[in-house]
Design a protein around this ligand. Structure first.
Ligand code: GAL
Length: 969
């Protein structure tokens, strides 16, 4: 069928009428920010008259909208947001887009007063999604695509004392096909709009070349500028011409010590402040080195996101991100998957974060075409100019940031000739930074191998240089010589990510595996209100025809930027100092920094017995260079010899002085190790004889039904007797993404196995001299595999003791259990939990590094982690004892016998937790549910990446578990 001519916004031309791209810069040139409320009209289609561009157009009937903002985040007034990961929301027919194309027309009138007639004036847009056409005073300035890239128009001739700016924005354009990132579709003018005076002799563009020779300790500075001018750096005594180069002793810039020198570029027409950071990035021996040293990226992927404002971020939000990252030991950011607001990069320079600056390119939806990647723009020469234009605009805008150590072309756009063209463009312009593009798996064009989500084994193979060819990867010499990092790993969706520790071990062991970037920084949950309650919504909650549900909620921080347990765990796993005790009486202190010694930190110790500090002091630590380890003796304090509780040393490294990003005293690392075991208390909970009557069995403080169901302990009614359970409400990482999103109520393996609907068939109730022994066969309907379970109840001075024995019978091969333990239903008056064990946060076998043994107290409500998509959460590990009490202090005490247990307390059942889709679905019921578990399966990152490592899997096997209950009057 003959095709129609593409419309203007469907052409592959990236822009028209735009000025050449240049470095983003502050300066003394006059500028006026046009951020304000603008007149706005939304049309459902692209085919609407553009008469509004005329200055005389009457826009009285139009509404107003803030600029910058996204029009579909205005309380539903102008459409709703939509979320898809890979899929395009319309038929794939590049470069055509639907006629039903939300089109926003903007008008803004402004006076510039006595604006200088001298020189020229430009109008800059820092980000418009996805395509715009701009008129000033009725005169067409041009068009532009490249949503997260700037465009400047020369408005010298069109500028008047009173101005009418008119902008048309289409949500969909040809460019949409190369902006298919995994995020909400959010159209509009979402970054700043500025009018900037360009005096005669002002800087057209400048390029700061700032390098460091780690052997001589000298930095070299050269600033290229058009037109020529002078470069002043008073602190270094530099006053030289642009284009000249100077080499002199300096302090280098690194993410750890972000030493910036303030300077100025002066031309006859303008003064531009310079922030100079001396650093040199090279690839040597398969390793990315900065200033001569291997760096280990303890990174994170950051999308720009704010729950109310989408990608229209203010400076406070950007700063909040940087502060949170620095305070959680993160040292690197991949700006997934587009160049961020330039201010964010200023912050990275100043606060110290290694940046992988990524181009605005993703055509992932073509992977779903037939055949896969059919018509992918990335492999079509017709798209070359549009794609290279994106690379050029990123590099030109951001080239002067010392924090940017790697250029990335974009994400998940398959492979093709245009990757070669984009890479070559950078090589011709900037040789100071290596180039990254993850899908160039064989490093045909780029410098770095960075395949995402590889499992530990695969990373180890890379580290050991024993990779082998695969269908999509030929291990050539060029590939083997490339450094490796995981540009995405550890999918932080919901509860998780698990397995971070083992990755970090590999990164530290093998120089070629240089760390990774957790996917991702923030949950993209959008607030919604229902019945007076606010919750975070995700894909599908706004009526999308197709969507990817909560796959956008996979961050280390919740939508409101509160740290999730995943962030706390990551901070611990990557901490800059590792404090352990590897030999009796010795504390080992390993400096994991790549550059800095430990002089920025103070070390303190404390000795804790039963969670109480019994002695504390300062720990003297000698000079420890980056990468070095020292050993110091443990302090002379001793735990009480007769302590009935365990004692631990806790050694903490805190900031000795305030920094830009945290106060003095901020803890960056800690270690905990045993000082003394508890003197075993003889816990005889036996000796009392059961009394059997017609309707019950009494055993010490407890009563049971005739069939052996626990009914009460002292005054405390047990509304649902202690029963074996093995199911947990699947975490996002207990499923595979593709299995999960077919339907939100799928039959995952555990539910298929019926773990959530076990039948407890009584086998025997035996009342002996001193025990009630209940034998049951626990199995799911339609399955013949069984957990033969015996509950042996005894009572004595220490309380009511349960010895649980579980033996799997039948074929359990290939199965892991979600958890294994007993669940008790208790009165809802119980409200608080105090425990001695790991805490304060939740912990699972592969997410437990941040949990420290101590005495903690939290309300049951505060023990819940508010994952945007409700799921298993809140389990406290390694609990020795716990008290669950009501406001009057009465309740239940549980003590592990001969071992620790995991504890979860909730106001809803596991099945209700499973069925909930949003936090507001979790409604307190008539009980408090207590899970006391021998163990949990690990968490892993199966949502996207490897599942649980074998050592953290809970396999069905003979299990014994003992706890002692006591009612607290
Ligand atoms: C990657 C992709 C990210 C995100 C992630 C899963 O494949 O690059 O943008 O979709 O998977 O959350």
């Amino acid at each position: 069928m003959p095709r129609r001519q593409p419309l203007e916004h469907e052409t592959l031309q990236p822009w028209t009428g735009a000025l050449p791209p240049r470095a983003w810069q502050e300066s003394d040139a006059v500028r006026v920010l046009l951020n304000d409320n603008w007149k706005f009209r939304l049309s459902a289609t692209a085919a609407v008259s553009d008469a509004f561009a005329a200055s005389t157009f009457d826009d009285k009937s139009w509404d107003k909208i803030p600029v910058p903002s996204h029009w579909n985040l205005q309380d539903g007034k102008y459409g709703l947001p939509a979320y898809q990961n890979i899929k395009f929301p319309f038929p794939v027919d590049a470069p055509y887009v639907p006629a039903e194309n939300p089109t926003g027309d903007y008008r803004y009138e402004f006076d510039l007063g006595s604006w200088s007639k001298e020189g020229s004036t430009v109008l800059r847009f820092d980000g418009v999604e996805s395509w715009c056409k701009v008129w000033l005073n009725g005169v067409l300035l041009g068009t532009s695509s490249g949503s997260r890239l700037p465009v400047e128009f020369d408005i010298t001739k069109t500028l008047a004392p009173h101005n009418v700016l008119a902008v048309r924005v289409h949500q969909w354009s040809a460019a949409t096909y190369i902006e298919d990132q995994d995020q909400w579709w959010l159209p509009g003018i979402f970054r700043d709009v500025t009018v900037i005076h360009r005096p005669v002799g002002s800087v057209k563009d400048h390029f700061v070349h700032q390098s460091y020779d780690h052997v001589s300790g000298a930095g070299t500075l050269k600033v290229d500028c058009d037109p020529a001018g002078r470069v002043l750096v008073p602190e270094l005594g530099i006053d030289m011409a642009t284009g000249e180069s100077i080499t002199l002793p300096v302090e280098p810039w690194s993410a750890e010590v972000p030493r910036l020198y303030e300077g100025e570029l002066v031309t006859s027409g303008e003064r531009v402040p310079l922030k100079i950071g001396f650093r040199t990035v090279v690839i040597e021996d398969k390793v990315i080195k900065v200033n001569g040293r291997r760096v280990l990226f303890r990174g994170v992927n950051r999308h720009e996101f704010h729950p109310d404002h989408g990608r229209a971020l203010d400076n406070e939000t950007m700063l909040a991100d940087v502060l949170l990252m620095k305070r959680h030991n993160i040292n690197a950011v991949r700006t997934s998957h587009y160049p961020p607001h330039p201010h964010f990069l200023d912050l990275c320079d100043l606060y110290g974060l290694w940046v992988v600056d990524e181009g605005d390119m993703e055509s992932h939806g073509f992977e779903l075409c037939t055949p896969k990647w059919n018509n992918n723009p990335i492999d079509d020469p017709d798209w070359e100019a549009a794609l290279v234009n994106r690379t050029e605009r990123m590099v030109e805008r951001d080239k002067n940031h010392p924090s940017i150590v790697i250029w990335s072309l974009g994400n998940e756009a398959g492979m093709g000739c245009n990757i070669g063209a984009m890479t070559q463009w950078i090589r011709d312009r900037d040789t100071s930074r290596p180039i990254h593009y993850e899908r160039d798996l064989e490093t045909k064009y780029v410098d770095i191998y960075s395949e995402m989500y590889l499992d530990h084994q695969a990373v180890e193979a890379i580290g050991k240089d024993i990779e082998t060819d695969r269908a999509d990867l030929k291990v050539s010499q060029r590939h083997r010589d490339a450094p490796y990092f995981l540009c995405e790993y550890a999918h932080a969706m919901g509860n998780g990510p698990g397995g971070l520790t083992e990755y970090m071990e590999l990164f530290e062991k093998h120089p070629r595996t240089q760390g990774g970037f957790v996917w991702e920084w923030i949950d993209h949950g959008m607030p919604k209100r229902e019945n007076g309650q606010t919750y975070y919504a995700y894909g599908g909650d706004f009526g999308e025809e197709i969507h990817d549900a909560n796959f956008c909620c996979d961050g280390l921080v919740f939508p409101d930027r509160k740290p999730s347990p995943g962030l706390i765990e990551y901070a611990k796993v990557i901490e800059p100092v590792v404090i352990t005790s590897e030999a009796e009486g010795k504390i080992t202190i390993r400096n994991r920094n790549d550059f800095a010694d430990l002089s920025a930190y103070s070390f303190t110790w404390r000795l804790e017995t039963g969670g109480k500090v019994v002695a504390e002091g300062k720990l003297e630590v000698p000079h420890v260079a980056a990468g070095e380890t020292v050993t110091v003796p443990v302090p002379s304090a001793q735990p009480a010899a007769d302590a009935s509780e365990e004692s631990f040393w806790v050694v903490s490294a805190t900031l000795a002085k305030p920094t830009l990003w945290a106060d003095a005293g901020h803890e960056v690392a800690w270690g905990q190790f045993a000082a003394a075991k508890a003197v075993a208390v003889s816990a005889t909970s036996t000796g009392t004889s059961p009394i059997v009557t017609e309707d019950k069995i009494t055993l010490g403080p407890a009563t049971f039904s005739p069939n052996g169901t626990l009914l009460s302990i002292g005054d405390l009614a047990v509304t649902d007797g202690a029963q074996l359970q093995v199911y947990r409400a699947e975490t996002d990482n207990d499923w595979r993404y593709d299995e999960r999103f077919v339907d939100l109520t799928p039959g995952g393996a555990w539910r298929r196995e019926g773990f959530n609907r076990l039948h407890h068939e009584p086998e025997a109730v035996e009342v002996t001299e001193d025990a009630v022994v209940v034998s049951t066969r626990v199995a799911a309907a339609s399955h013949d595999r069984t957990l033969a379970t015996t509950y042996r109840w005894t009572a004595g001075p220490h309380g009511l003791r349960l010895d649980l024995t579980v033996d799997p019978e039948g074929d359990w091969s290939g199965l892991v259990l979600p958890r294994l333990g007993v669940t008790l239903g208790l009165p809802k008056s119980l409200a608080n939990v105090e425990w001695y064990g790991a805490g304060p946060g939740e912990a699972y076998p592969d997410t437990c590094r941040a949990a420290k043994v101590g005495k903690y107290a939290l309300s049951i409500d505060d023990m819940q982690t508010p994952y945007v998509f409700p799921q298993e959460n809140g389990s406290r590990m390694d609990v020795r004892w716990a008290h669950v009490t009501g406001s009057d202090g009465s309740g239940l005490s549980v003590r592990g016998e001969g071992g620790v247990f995991a504890l979860t307390a909730r106001r809803w059942t596991t099945e209700q937790l499973y069925a909930a889709r949003h936090t507001i679905d979790l409604v307190p019921g008539p009980n408090v549910w207590l899970d006391l578990d021998v163990g949990h399966n690990g968490v892993g990152t199966l949502a996207c990446g490897p599942g649980v490592l074998p050592q953290h899997q809970l396999l069905p096997k003979h299990t014994e578990f003992s706890v002692v209950f006591k009612s607290i009057p």
